[in-house]
Design a binder for this molecule. Structure first.
Ligand SMILES: Nc1ncnc2c1ncn2[C@@H]1O[C@H](COP(=O)(O)OP(=O)(O)OP(=O)(O)O)[C@@H](O)[C@H]1O
Length: 115
């Protein structure tokens, strides 16, 4: 129960301090709406849900790394830069995976829809 409470506090931090998380959530809702519109099958839903969660989790971890680095130093430090840049790369890779997954699933459906 304690962990659950702390996790909920983490959600509040993400909404208050990290606008990227809200943007990712908004995109997830849009993709879910598109999923219902195009009638995705079970396997397609599993890939979409997986992609959404990978992006959200990477954003949470990235934010956590940023807070940790900022706790350690507020001065320019090469190691702080490496930590933040590699952590940002995790979000970029997750987003790339999500984009590729979305394109593979939705593009054929969009083509069928408009032809
Ligand atoms: N203490 C530091 N030392 C060296 N470089 C830093 C330091 N803090 C930030 N940077 C550099 O600035 C970039 C942006 O850092 P920042 O903390 O603003 O994160 P961000 O990617 O803008 O995330 P957000 O917008 O969520 O705050 C980092 O990726 C890193 O390259």
């Amino acid at each position: 129960m304690k962990r659950f409470k702390y996790a909920l506090q983490g959600i509040r931090v993400l909404f208050d301090k990290d606008h990227h998380f809200a943007v990712h959530l908004l995109f997830a809702l849009l993709v879910a709406a598109a999923g219902f519109l195009f009638g995705l099958n079970t396997l397609e839903w599993l890939f979409i849900i997986g992609a959404v969660f990978i992006v959200l989790i990477s954003e949470v971890v990235n934010t956590s790394v940023e807070y940790t680095v900022d706790l350690v130093t507020d001065e320019f430090h090469e190691l702080a830069k490496r930590a933040k840049d590699t952590s940002a790369l995790a979000v970029l890779l997750a987003s790339l995976y999500a984009a590729i997954t979305g394109l593979i699933i939705f593009i054929p459906k969009i083509i069928v829809f408009f032809t």
